[in-house]
Design a binder for this molecule. Structure first.
Ligand code: BGC
Length: 511
């Protein structure tokens, strides 16, 4: 998911080879996977704030929001059906990403991507052509299945194709593409909302078909990865492929390592049982807590519902969509900070700094909204306060974009030993999707019941997660992936889970 990126950041070993056209092509197709995911995150909020869309599918929400001006601002858009439109995608993605891990292994990464692209395209067409709520929700479910498949197979594909030294960076590039997808969706909504005749939402939803076609067609031209060919019993083809993608005949060392890794992986009959062993408790904890906390930052309240939120605080239609574009741009730009800083300042610094900044912003936003609407939800927002709220939200989004956003995917992907990396990654993706679903589904209800306190609620979670990082997340910057166990062994808390035997890493001498 957002890319379940499996990354080997091991700096220990370099194989000969160069960045070939194959690697570049693979990165482009994989980038469309990030785009598609981001596009889905960003598109629904704008669409659900369009009057024509609400009138066609959710007339009761429209009535409540428009006609009854005396109602509580906090509850304007509260509708379980409306949120189901947004959140159904993530539930489908959760189920699909679990199935996709088998398809990816048995049929290969390429066909998994192709399947994902086709289903995705079906979802985009169904949504663009929808005439009733069922078509909308079934379309979103198909998109979710596509996202599940794409997010499972594409990052695996990428990390197997990429030369080791580029893997860490590619991981965050995937997140960057997600943020670009979100902002493209925001911009498209800004444009389509202006289409007279009220069918702009069809364009917004249908345009998801463009990256879907790219993935579907692109995957047909993608070669299978050598790892996958070995796994499926074609060792000679695998070696030939490795020569082609590395652009050199000198692939003996890398090939031998691939075969050895595949042999080792085959011996693990029950990765899910293995993951529960005592020595795997620390990374398992990370793969559950980190995606959980990432969603409890409340980021998707902004990503999904920024236009609705901005309308709630009194912005007009245009200003709401424009504000969503601004927060989307901040998200993209701030992700670069992470790309530059992650291997310099380290993960912990970014987590702790980002958490503190997010907390400060949440307190400001909650206090400002509370000062205007109080607990009754009645009141008039002044221009100045509204502008301050948007600025505080931008600082909040920036902090997320250089901390919990990319690190929420990077850290869990770099702490598992090889034998259970794939299972650990599935856990990470599933927990993320599950809580993305909950936030998507519950946000409007929470806003209606908790009112401005909702921002303090998420702020409270940010305090907890920042303490969690401070106490339990070790620095993993620059640590070769196969030596991660030593990091746990030295940790004040996790050391008790690691026996001396467990630290005999690197059974083979290093090349
Ligand atoms: C998260 C998404 C979020 C996005 C925002 C990702 O890392 O997993 O839930 O919408 O960042 O940029």
């Amino acid at each position: 998911m957002a890319g379940g990126v499996i990354v080997d950041t091991s700096g220990g070993k370099e194989y000969p080879g160069k960045v070939t056209a194959y690697v570049i092509f693979a990165s482009i197709v994989a980038a469309f996977g990030g785009l598609i995911f981001g596009y889905d995150i960003g598109i629904s909020g704008g669409v659900t704030s369009m009057d024509s869309f609400l009138l066609d599918f959710f007339p009761s929400v429209y009535q409540k929001a428009k006609l009854d001006t005396s109602t509580n601002q906090y509850c304007k858009f509260d509708s379980a059906l409306l949120t189901l439109f947004t959140s159904s995608l993530y539930l489908a993605a959760l189920v699909a990403s679990v199935c996709a891990s088998t398809v990816t292994r048995v049929a290969g990464r390429k066909w998994s991507m192709f399947g994902g692209g086709v289903v995705f395209l079906g979802g985009a067409l169904l949504n663009g052509a929808a005439t009733n709520v069922s078509m909308l929700i079934i379309g979103r479910i198909l998109l979710g299945v596509g996202v599940g498949f794409a997010n499972q197979s594409m990052p695996v594909y990428l990390s197997e194709m990429a030369p080791a030294r580029l893997r860490g960076m590619l991981n965050i590039l995937f997140q960057l593409m997600i943020t670009i997808g979100i902002v493209i969706a925001n911009l498209i909504n800004y444009g389509t909302a202006k289409i007279a005749g009220g069918w702009g939402w069809r364009v917004s939803l249908g345009l998801a078909g463009v990256p879907a076609i790219m993935i579907t067609v692109g995957s047909l031209f993608l070669p299978d990865t050598p790892n996958s060919l070995i796994e499926r019993g074609h060792p000679d083809e695998a070696k030939e492929m490795l020569k082609r993608i590395r652009g050199t005949e000198d692939v003996g060392a890398e090939y031998e390592d691939l075969v050895a890794a595949s042999e080792e992986a085959k011996q693990i009959k029950h990765p899910w049982r293995n993951i529960l062993e005592k020595r795997n408790r620390p990374p398992l904890t990370m793969s559950i807590c980190i995606p959980f906390f990432q969603q409890l930052t409340g980021i998707n309240v902004i990503m999904f519902y920024a236009p609705v939120l901005f309308k709630t605080i009194g912005f007009g239609d245009d200003a709401s969509l424009m504000s969503a574009v601004i927060t989307g741009l901040v998200n993209v730009v701030a992700t670069f900070v992470s790309i530059i800083m992650v291997d310099r300042a380290g993960r912990r610094f970014l987590f702790l700094q980002g958490g503190t900044q997010m907390l400060a912003c949440q307190i400001i936003v909650g206090a400002l909204i509370g000062s205007v609407f109080g607990t009754t939800g009645e009141g008039e927002m002044t221009k100045v306060k509204a502008v301050f709220i948007v600025i505080a939200i931008c600082f909040y989004v920036a902090a997320f974009a250089w901390s919990w956003g990319p690190l929420g995917w990077l850290v869990p992907s770099e702490v598992f030993p090889l034998e259970i990396r794939s299972a650990g990654q599935s856990m990470n993706v599933s927990v993320n999707m599950l809580f993305t679903f909950f936030i998507g589904q519950l946000f409007l209800k929470m806003l209606c019941t908790m009112k401005f306190g909702l921002f303090f609620f998420f702020g409270g979670w940010v305090i907890i997660m920042t303490i969690f990082v401070y106490m339990f997340v070790p620095e993993t910057k620059g640590v070769p992936i196969e030596e991660m166990v030593l990091v746990w062994k030295q940790h004040w808390f996790w050391s008790k889970y690691i026996s001396d035997e467990d630290t005999h890493v690197g059974k083979k001498p290093k090349a």
